[in-house]
Structures are given as structure tokens and as C-alpha cells.
Ligand binder design. Sequence first.
Ligand SMILES: C[S@@+](CC[C@H](N)C(=O)[O-])C[C@H]1O[C@@H](n2cnc3c(N)ncnc32)[C@H](O)[C@@H]1O
Length: 306
Amino acid sequence: MKNSEYHEPVLAHEVINYLGLDVPLKKQAYFIDTTLGTAGHTLEILKAGGNVLGIDADKELLEIAEKRLNIACPTLNDSVQGHFKLVNGNFRDIDKIAKRMEVKEVDGILFDLGVSNIHLKSQTRGFSFESGSAPLDMRIDTKTQGVTAADLLNNLREDQLIDLFESVMIQPVARKLAKEVVFRRKEKPIKETSDFLAIVSRARVDGGKLNPATLPFMALRMAVNSELENLKIALPKALGLLKKEGRLVVISFHSGEDALVKNFFREMRNKNLVKVLTKKPVVPAREETTKNPRARSAKLRCLEKI
Ligand SMILES: C[S@@+](CC[C@H](N)C(=O)[O-])C[C@H]1O[C@@H](n2cnc3c(N)ncnc32)[C@H](O)[C@@H]1O
């Protein structure tokens, strides 16, 4: 794979700084990259001298990352000092994974949420409405997850569909879209991304500055992969794994995710367990968003355990 084909890591400098990697490291500093992707952030951590436990729920992505790191590490011998271990798993099990891999007293943990551009560019996995029609699947982990996006659209009740869409859209739009789904699926089952795209268009969803299909596709993906639930379960476990002064960095791409992170940080601060290092979320500079439009909605928050 060419470098340009990997996922472009978002807020890479800021991640390194907030993980405390901008200063020379003590030996054996350990980091967990809970969303390895194609290892963009992990590679930066390794270059800065940290050791990394990398986790990804998608086996295909993990294999790409492993190949990339195996190539990068020997050739960058002088600049890559840390070592890495990779695990295919869900970050909601971060406690069990860390224990199994004998990683404890962690210096920093990163969550870079959502899916990678490898997912979005895939012409077979149904994450995107821009890559031609594909089966409406959207599972990140095709081994253990049984329910696809098409299953949800064809089987949820109308009120459940409203809840699903409401997680990212205002209620009247969520209602209109859910109604259209229920009406259209009586005519024929919804199977392909193009079927859902047609439904979004018939429901006349107004996307504002975004493509009208962006939020409906995102809501569906978040539901298929239980993204908010996984994050809610993983954050306290991650905090439990950090050593004193260890840092937790979370990059979110949607207001629902960011609100969950913000509330968790506030709750932990009120219990005097952490110091919040980002009073406001850190967002990418214009230079980054021009080069990488996907970074536009990124928000980084960081806390330090006390
Ligand atoms: C935005 S990408 C991360 C990109 C990565 N930072 C890089 O530089 O390439 C998010 C990754 O997290 C993975 N992922 C999403 N939910 C997950 C979960 N609950 N557990 C583990 N991995 C997950 C996705 O498969 C995807 O590869």
C-alpha cells in the first residue's frame, strides 16, 4: 500500500503533545492505541519512543497496520525506538485485552473514534454512499457482529428507527426518515446503499452544508456498531488502566460522542480523580482541514489522572 492510501491521522501533532510525547521519555513508557486503524498515530508514538498496544475491531485493518509497522520499523531503525503488540478486539474489552497482553500502568491511551477512510472507500462494505452501490452492511467486525445496517432498516419498528436517526438528527427529520423507511420497505426489502440513498432523497432530508445522506448514514453506522455504548463502557476502563499522571486522549467526530466524552471528563474531575487538560476541545487548524477535509469535525479532549 502507498503512504497516500493509508488513513491520514487527524490532529497527529496534538495527539503526540497531549500524550506527553513531546518531551524525552522515560524508558518503557507504554501507550494503548484503542483504534489502531492503519497505524498513523501508533507510528508517531513509536517514533517518539513509546511502546504501543494497538487494538482494532477490524481484522482487515489490523493486518494492514501490521504490515505497515513491520515495514516501517526496521527501515526507520534510528527514529523508531518503541515496540508494538497488536490485538484484534473491541475497545470495550480494553481491560481484558490489556491484562491478557500483560500491559498495565499505562502512560497514555488514545481513542480516535469512528471508521477509517479505508472503510469509507471500500466498495463492498456499505459504509459510504459515495463509492457506488454496495450491500448495506457497515459492520466494523464482520466476524462477531451479526446484525447489518440492512437488517436494522428492514426489521426495527418505526419508533426504534426514530430513536436511531435522532441520535444524530433533529426529531422532525428523524421522524420523516423513519416513516419513509417503513413505507419503502413494504414495497421491497432494503438491501443496498443505493436503496437507502433513494429513501433519504424521497424523505427530502435537508443536510444543510452537508450532503443530505451524511447524517443518516452516520446514524446507521453508529447503531450497527454500538459506537456510543462501546465508548461509554470503555472510558472508565481506560481510566482504570492509566498510571498516576497518565493521559487519556479522545478524538470524536460527532456532537453526541463529544458530549459523552465531555460529561465523563466532568464527572471524573468532580470526583477529584482527574485534571482536565483541555478546557475547550482542540480542533484542527485550517491548514489541516484543507489537506484533510475529514478532520473538519474532529474534537480532541484530554485528561490526566491524579
Ligand atoms: C478513525 S479510525 C482510526 C485511525 C487511526 N488513528 C490511524 O491513524 O490510522 C478508527 C478505527 O477504530 C476502529 N474501531 C472502531 N470502533 C472500535 C471498537 N469499538 N474497538 C476497536 N476498534 C474500533 C475502526 O475499525 C477504525 O479502524
